[in-house]
Design a protein around this ligand. Structure first.
Ligand code: FMN
Length: 112
């Protein structure tokens, strides 16, 4: 049965370090859980990004603007298992250094 979303999905980039290198994956299944600073993402367990979230326990949520549409599409159809996506964006980290956020993109940092 085709996936027909009932509402508009945001399009975000989830970032995680995998074996010491940043990786990014496009995600539509993301939303607010409650009034706490808490949100959910739904990540397929076979994604390369998911292995990084499991490895480090952290991930970033990045809200790309429309000028990044081609790169965001790329991150949604190509896996870090086959292609190195680490150089697509300029990463930065908070003091824990556990998940790559994307410079010049609105980024949030979460415990997985
Ligand atoms: C618009 C769009 C939305 C997507 N949303 C999700 C999603 O919500 N959850 C998910 O697990 N994969 C989603 N994907 C698929 C992953 O982004 C895709 O399989 C990606 O290549 C995984 O990369 P990785 O293996 O490097 O982590 C989406 C792809 C696109 C193009």
């Amino acid at each position: 049965m085709p996936n027909r979303p009932a509402i508009v999905f945001p399009t975000i980039l989830v970032g995680a370090d995998v074996q010491g290198k940043p990786n990014y994956c496009t995600v539509g299944a993301c939303g607010v859980v409650n009034l706490e600073p808490m949100l959910y993402i739904s990540l397929k367990d076979t994604h390369y990004t998911t292995s990084g979230v499991k490895e480090n326990g952290f991930f970033s949520v990045n809200l790309p603007s429309s000028d990044l549409v081609q790169k965001v599409d790329f991150c949604g159809v190509v896996s870090g298992k086959e292609t190195d996506k680490s150089r697509l964006y300029t990463p930065f980290y908070d003091e824990t250094g556990r998940a790559p956020m994307i410079r010049n993109v609105r980024s949030i940092f979460f415990v997985g």
